[in-house]
Ligand binder design. Structure first.
Ligand SMILES: [Zn+2]
Length: 430
């Protein structure tokens, strides 16, 4: 009970845009849609009109002329969808390179400004909400989220983790440096050993107004000296984080490549698994039984492979990437068949921000229908994000977050790589 004011402040950054956007669009506006994709119903309807009042959708139906003098955004030549959601971005960091010291080359202020640039690119690509799953400089993501909500800069609605919760030297650390190099303390905020320390650190992150916890449960492809297949956090450590998240009305998600680490995290109660590269049949069954989501970044392996070979990235990283890419895609196909919930997440930051839509084609190639792929980036993602009432659909009550594309994404999913127009909270931003 004593936590109530804290919870309110935790949720405020996400919901406060009602007030911000309202000042920009206090009037009623209409959007005419040539075709409207409704991922909740799984249908596409022709010639629709949406009424948006004070940043939220108030009504949707077959086109009828709005009252004279109304403000109408005419997207009758386009297919309109809800704003897309990427559940796995790293907006507030340097983009991936082969330099292990890359994160150390920029100040916290520079990183936050970079985050602003990446946020704009992401929004322009049609992603009106993201879950940003970690930054090396702690809490830069909190600052960027709040700056967007305050209207200082343009970007997607962000849910942020604040820092990585990781074991010393683990997949969430800046590794590969000389042993006598001291990493700045703001890059080690989430380094933990043991469940008691996990509780302390998780509590501290929520105090700093993060939206959820990001655990590094196994080694990582891109962290030198760690192995993706190897478990890092113990089940007790993961459980301590899950419990603290629950006490804050939130949840934990776990980066986990290896089959054993995936199962440890699922048994301990995480809401979602990131990557799930080497998931086995038992892990798929466990995810299904637990009602957990998988967030599988099945596009970026090809990008790493191409750029890594061109720019001579270390063989260790390229090997780990090769080892995980094909198996992850096989696991994805199996998980789709098994009916496990899969939310759209790309690991943007590993590849250039703004290319987020490139993963749709992979998801269709590896077993989803185009509508399932769209749902993974709308309704399914919103549900995982605990924001179904606000985003991910075109039903009344939702934010007026919409995109317009040329062509039919159900026939050619790649049209989602080329978004023509973007509306956020009833305001056309592109
Ligand atoms: Zn990531």
């Amino acid at each position: 009970m004593i936590k109530l004011p804290f919870r309110v402040s935790l949720l405020l950054p996400f919901f406060s845009s009602v007030l911000i956007a309202a000042s920009a669009s206090a009037q009623t506006i209409y959007v005419r849609a040539g075709k409207l994709v409704d991922p909740t119903a799984g249908t596409v309807r022709s010639d629709q009109i949406l009424r948006i009042e004070d940043s939220r959708i108030a009504a949707v139906g077959p086109y009828a002329p709005p009252p004279k003098g109304s403000i109408v955004t005419d997207w009758s030549a386009y297919t309109v969808l809800p704003g897309l959601i990427d559940m796995h971005t790293h907006l507030v960091d340097v983009e991936q390179s082969s330099n292990v010291a890359g994160p150390l080359l920029h100040s916290a202020a520079e990183i936050a400004l970079l985050g602003a640039k990446h946020a704009q690119k992401t929004l322009n690509a049609g992603f009106t909400s993201v879950r940003d799953v970690g930054t090396f400089r702690a809490f830069g993501d909190v600052a960027v989220r709040d700056a967007i909500e305050a209207g200082w800069i343009e970007g997607p609605r962000m849910m942020v983790a604040g820092a990585y919760l990781t074991v010393p030297g683990g997949g969430g650390e800046v590794t590969g440096l000389a042993p006598d190099v001291t990493v700045p303390s703001d890059m080690r905020v989430g380094v933990v050993s043991g469940p008691a320390q996990m509780t302390v650190k998780a509590r501290y992150l929520f105090q700093q107004r993060v939206n959820f916890l990001k655990l590094i449960a196994t080694g990582a492809v891109l962290a030198a000296g760690t192995e993706p297949g190897a478990p890092e956090l113990t089940e007790d450590e993961v459980r301590a984080a899950v419990d603290e998240a629950r006490r804050n009305n939130s949840y934990a998600t776990a980066h986990a490549h290896g089959a054993e680490g995936i199962k440890i995290a699922l048994r301990a109660g995480v809401r979602s698994i990131e990557h799930a590269s080497l998931i086995d049949d038992e892990g798929i069954a466990l995810a299904k039984a637990k009602g957990a989501w998988l967030v599988m970044d099945i596009y970026n392996g090809d990008y790493i492979n191409e750029i890594g070979a061109r720019d001579h990235w270390p063989e260790e990283i390229l090997r780990k990437n090769r080892d995980t890419t094909d198996l992850q895609r096989e696991g994805f196909t199996k998980a789709v068949k098994a009916g496990v919930k899969i939310a759209y997440g790309t690991d943007a930051g590993v590849y250039p921000h703004g290319d987020n839509g490139k993963q749709f084609a992979y998801m269709v190639r590896y077993g989803m229908t185009p509508m399932q792929a769209i749902q993974s980036a709308t309704t399914v993602a919103a549900d995982l994000m605990q924001r179904s009432g606000d985003i991910g659909s075109v039903t009344p009550g939702q934010f007026g977050d919409l995109i317009a594309v040329k062509g039919d994404p159900l026939k050619d999913i790649t049209v989602l790589e080329r978004v023509s127009h973007v509306m956020k909270g009833g305001v056309v931003v592109r």
